[in-house]
Design a binder for this molecule. Structure first.
Ligand SMILES: *Cc1c(COP(=O)(O)O)cnc(C)c1O
Length: 420
């Protein structure tokens, strides 16, 4: 079962080693008494392989980081995984891998994380991007298309995409899915045909706001190319970060389940609050809620006491941010319009606090920041039950009204996300 593998993956040899906690190997170099064997091994490393024996040098591989890679690959249902210094280093390696095959053209669907959008649009890596609607992927493919890139649920609107349809449209071109928001607990894109599954491990995988990292789960051949690029460009995950990310995986299912349950409750309460105009909550669940208050979003954030105004997400404490000012400031207005990232949109990353404390903070801030809603707390403390009959009629979850999409999620919660 998924929860069991989350605890044991990457650790299967520990008992035989006679140790319980994962050893941290901080070596930058390793003794090489057999030079001819080391020379041959180096040839293999340069090809992106992982030969048996000495790691030789810290930029080639690291035993602690390797445990995290093996574990994440297993949880995503992929043959292998390659870890990087950050989510953006992982995105960069995927774009370089495509460019190395002479394929600099990318087809992508908005919205994407702001810096990913910026990296594609700015051409900093020589990439050329065609932005399409989800049903326009196949038509946009060219002989030099190296990747189809999507996020679902997307940052920051939580718009959802049909991965099987996108994989079919992409055909032979690798579909890269940024699975940062869903995590493998809620969604394993490789099972729907994605060839590369990317995470900002900084978020849910680490889960405590104290480690940066990125990782790509993929087939064996793609992993070889990504390792070649990592070896040549050096965007390594530090062994301590590898240790913390592996430790994070062991609590990932329980953290995501708890945060998702709280987020679904908060989404439902926000949806019935008179000072809230719109709520976006994914049909697959998750710890993120996006909403648009009737009043000034800046005032609302300033009125919060428990919830921390900060970028990033997926940690133990609840964070809120204003995408148009922060995470998606780097993209231009047209891109924000295309991604439906409105000026009032707030993105809430629900942590592990009690949901009633979070609601107390949110509802008090909603009242303080919106003079117009004097009756807010009375209505909000008794949220209307979600209507099941609405759940099937909503095929466009992107901008679905909250009561509709929340009802989908409440059904999902009963089936326990950790068993997906
Ligand atoms: C944060 C984030 C990234 C970038 O990851 P870093 O670890 O900050 O480099 C990429 N994609 C998504 C969806 C993110 O939320």
């Amino acid at each position: 079962m998924f929860e069991t593998r989350a605890v044991h993956a990457g650790r299967d040899d520990l008992a035989a080693l006679g140790t319980h906690a994962v050893p941290i190997d901080l070596s930058t170099t390793y003794p090489l008494p057999d030079l001819p064997a080391a020379a041959l091994a180096l040839d293999a490393y340069a090809e992106g392989a992982l030969p048996e024996g000495s790691p030789i040098y810290g930029r080639l591989t690291n035993p602690t980081v390797r445990r995290f890679e093996v574990a994440l690959a297993e949880l995503e249902g992929c043959a292998d995984a390659v870890a990087f210094a950050s989510g953006m280093a992982a995105v960069t390696a995927c774009l370089l891998a495509a460019a190395a095959r002479g394929r600099r053209h990318v087809v992508a669907v908005r919205p994407l994380y702001g810096t990913t959008d910026h990296l594609l649009t700015s051409g900093l890596l020589g990439t050329e991007v065609t932005w399409v609607e989800p049903d326009g992927v196949a038509r946009a493919l060219r002989p030099d298309t190296g990747l189809v890139m999507v996020e679902t649920p997307a940052n920051p609107t939580l718009a959802e995409l049909d991965l099987a349809d996108l994989a079919a449209q992409a055909g032979d071109v690798p579909l890269l899915v940024d699975n940062t928001f869903a995590t493998p607990v809620l969604q394993q894109p490789a099972r729907a045909g994605a060839r590369m599954v990317l995470h900002s491990a900084t978020k849910f995988l680490g889960g405590h706001g104290d480690v940066m990292g990125g990782v790509v789960a993929c087939d064996a051949q793609s992993a070889d190319v990504l390792r070649q690029i990592r070896f040549a460009t050096g965007a390594l995950l530090h062994p301590l970060a590898g240790y913390l990310l592996l430790r994070g995986l062991s609590t990932l299912p329980i953290r995501v389940a708890k945060a998702s349950a709280s987020a679904a409750i908060l989404a439902e309460r926000l949806a019935t609050h008179p000072a809230v105009e719109r709520v976006h909550y994914p049909s697959i669940g998750g710890a993120l809620v996006a909403f648009e208050p009737a009043g000034d979003p800046m005032e609302l954030v300033a009125a919060l006491r428990l919830i921390t105004p900060a970028v990033s997400l997926g940690g133990t404490d609840t964070l809120i941010q204003h995408p148009a000012s922060l995470t998606h400031r780097v993209i231009d207005d047209a891109a924000r319009d295309e991604g439906a990232i409105g000026p009032k949109l707030l993105r809430l990353s629900v942590g592990l606090e009690h949901e009633d404390d979070l609601w107390g903070d949110l509802s008090a801030a909603l009242e303080r920041s919106s003079g117009a809603s004097a009756s807010a707390s009375a209505t909000a403390s008794a949220p209307a039950p979600a209507s099941d009959s609405d759940s099937d009629s909503d095929s466009d979850s992107t901008l679905a009204s909250a009561s509709v999409s929340v009802s989908v999620v409440m059904l999902h919660q009963e089936t326990s996300p950790a068993h997906v």
